[in-house]
Unconditional design. Structure first.
Length: 402
């Protein structure tokens, strides 16, 4: 293993060089095992740069242990949001309309993520913008610093969702991190300002998103959540404006409601009767229940395709596509079939499992699935998820009966 240097630029270059070697399979040991070894080196180097207090602070943070969501590892640049959108669930999670910076410094967040067993450098997707708007006046600098530092050390395929205007300053900041960052610009209505009372003008969002797309950034319109009676009613206008301004793709997503969100949307003119009819059960208090919307997605997808827009079924698909990956981790895939699946052999899986302290009895690898028969019951229930993240395939574990 090549050594790391104290100089910042040397660390940056060598981490990238090592990852390139890993992906090309130029080392004797299994590429997947080399990912584990590289992560140890990164963690050691980061730890040496931080004080004991910073290491303790980072190791106690939930980023150091939390399992990724379907969109990837959500990285919090702040908590709370001043936009007060009617459909937003963060206010049911205890966050307020007064945003605060996330308490970890940029190198501390990188260290916390390096500690996380689910984070595999160069593989685990990173998603910014889950419990705050990342480009609020209060959070913009923190978001840019996080994106730069996390990418510098861990190289995650990065995605950011925003309702902000994509100014040159913001785009310049995004470029300091992952140059292929997938940028999702949320737009669910053009005319109903009651839905997003304090967010920037959605028409301006789309215009600036188009400029960024034409400048070479991987920008997608983000129609999430699709609000029955509002988003579907305006879909043709929203998508038409996006296509007219140079946006090339759209990602779709469903609405989740709580009792409070239902009341809010009712005041905004949403079709509450239809929304309730699409629920598996009524929400109780702050419980989030997804609104079934496959038919609405299908209709919106048809409009988008007629306009020449590429359609992504979920946010993570936009990220996978922006980074030229082929992913079959979930039953929505495989995603980005224009990219070839990474060639992985049975021996790569065996070496990885043994590196994780697991003895396999048999292994079968296809382009979409990794099947593993185990010799004994797992002591660590994270193994399946780690295996999927390392291979971009669905992991099926056959565990022997007691």
């Amino acid at each position: 293993m090549q050594s790391f240097y104290k100089d910042d630029q040397q660390i940056h270059i060598n981490a990238e060089y090592i990852l390139a070697l890993v992906y090309r399979g130029h080392w004797h040991l299994s590429r997947l095992v080399q990912l584990l070894e590289l992560k140890k080196k990164i963690l050691e180097e980061l730890g040496n740069r931080l004080s004991e207090g910073s290491r303790l602070k980072a190791s106690g943070d939930h980023h150091s242990r939390r399992k990724p969501r379907p969109c990837g590892m959500t990285i919090h640049t702040g908590v709370g949001c001043s936009y007060s959108c009617a459909y937003c669930y963060i206010y049911d999670m205890g966050f307020t309309a007064k945003p605060k910076l996330y308490p970890l410094e940029p190198e501390e967040i990188a260290y916390a993520l390096a500690l996380n067993p689910y984070v595999i450098q160069g593989r685990t997707l990173a998603a910014y913008g889950s419990v705050t708007e990342p480009f609020l006046p209060e959070t913009t600098r923190r978001a840019i610093d996080y994106m730069r530092e996390v990418y510098r050390w861990l190289r995650p395929p990065t995605q950011i969702s925003t309702k902000a205007i994509l100014t040159e300053e913001i785009l310049r900041g995004i470029s300091l991190g992952d140059p292929r960052t997938s940028i999702l610009v949320t737009t669910v209505t053009l005319s109903n300002r009651r839905v997003e009372p304090r967010a920037p003008d959605p028409v301006e969002r789309i215009k600036f998103a188009g400029r960024a797309s034409m400048a070479g950034f991987a920008v997608s319109l983000f129609m999430r959540p699709i609000i029955p009676g509002i988003t579907d009613a305006e879909a043709d206008k929203i998508l038409g404006l996006a296509a007219e301004n140079g946006v090339k793709s759209v990602a779709l997503g469903s609405l989740r409601v709580t009792e409070r969100i239902l009341a809010n949307l009712g005041r905004c003119g949403a079709n509450i009767h239809e929304i309730k009819g699409r629920l598996a059960r009524p929400p109780r208090g702050s419980e989030q229940v997804e609104v079934r919307s496959a038919d609405l997605k299908g209709r919106i997808e048809g409009i988008a395709e007629d306009l020449g827009l590429m359609v992504f079924k979920a946010a993570c698909e936009a990220n996978v596509y922006a980074h030229g990956r082929h992913c079959a981790m979930c039953n929505m895939g495989p995603c980005n079939t224009s990219a070839k699946p990474e060639q992985i052999e049975d021996g790569d899986i065996i070496d990885l499992l043994e590196g994780l302290g697991v003895q396999p009895e048999g292994v079968e690898v296809t382009d979409t699935v990794v099947k593993v028969a185990l010799k004994e019951k797992l002591r660590d229930d994270r193994i399946g998820a780690i295996l999927a993240l390392a291979t971009y395939r669905r992991a099926i574990l056959k565990i022997p009966k007691p």
